[in-house]
Write a protein that binds this ligand. Structure first.
Ligand SMILES: [Zn+2]
Ligand SMILES: [Zn+2]
Length: 251
């Protein structure tokens, strides 16, 4: 897609302020929702009716009108419940397919149980993904094209999704693999977390990307690949083999 047609909106949802990214190609109206973890009514009101509170942040001035875009796919970076808990709700509403890496299928099956353990409001029965995300896959959904980069370490099936943009910087939807100044936690139950594996995933899969790639993490502010490569205290150039601190933050 062309840079001038790209709209990326961040909805920070739920008690953990998880970033749900809504990515739209204005030339076609094709829209992809990444990590529909919470507040499905807010997402639906905005995308379908240009109504409600809208996003916390948008890459463009909004000229969005009701009905001028259609959701063509749901994608997930990983299956912690704050990222995946309301996928069943929006999948039923929009009637589109959902993609997840198969190594997070077990984690996904525990989403409702995990939310209850954290004292969160009840979640719908967990969804089973319609399609697998695979490392190296080029995924065309409507007019949007993503490269799938498997980045295990925060969870076994964690992926980063790189949106290819003509005439502008690419965008990377990083889930809880990489944050501005941090990395994902590696101590969460049933997740297969492993700091050394996470660091290897980032070094091999993310650092080779162009430095101006805009990173949309699962929590916290946006950043770029170049900035994190130089300054990230866990996995950046200044960090030792096991990072400065040895483990990240955020669920
Ligand atoms: Zn998270
Ligand atoms: Zn997570």
């Amino acid at each position: 897609m062309r840079a001038r047609d790209l709209v990326v909106e961040s909805f920070l949802v739920g008690p953990l302020q998880m970033r749900c990214s809504v990515v739209c190609d204005r030339a076609t109206g094709d829209t992809v929702v990444i990590d529909a973890g919470d507040k499905p009514e807010r997402l639906i009101a905005w995308i379908d009716h240009a109504d409600g509170t809208g996003p916390n942040w948008s890459s463009t001035e909004s000229e969005h009108k009701a009905g001028d875009r259609q959701v063509v796919a749901l994608l997930n970076t990983h299956a912690h419940f704050d990222h995946s808990g309301h996928v069943p709700t929006v999948r039923a509403h929009w009637g589109v397919d959902w993609w997840l890496h198969p190594d997070d299928a077990f984690l996904q099956s525990l989403a409702a149980e995990a939310a209850a353990r954290w004292g969160f409001p009840p979640l719908p029965e967990p969804a089973i993904a319609d399609h697998d995300l695979e490392h190296g896959q080029v995924l065309d959904v409507g007019s949007l094209r993503f490269d799938v980069i498997h980045t295990p370490g925060h969870t076994l099936g964690g992926v980063c999704l790189r949106l290819r943009v003509d005439g502008g910087a690419d965008h990377l939807f990083a889930g809880d693999t990489l944050f501005a100044g941090s990395v994902g936690r590696t101590d969460l139950p049933h997740s297969g977390g492993d700091f050394d594996l996470l660091a290897r995933s980032i070094h091999a899969g993310l650092w080779p990307l162009p430095e101006d790639t805009v990173v949309h993490p699962g929590h916290g502010p946006l950043t770029t690949i170049g900035h994190e490569k130089r300054t990230n205290p866990f996995v950046g150039e200044g960090a030792g083999e096991h990072g400065t601190f040895g483990r990240g933050r955020y669920a």
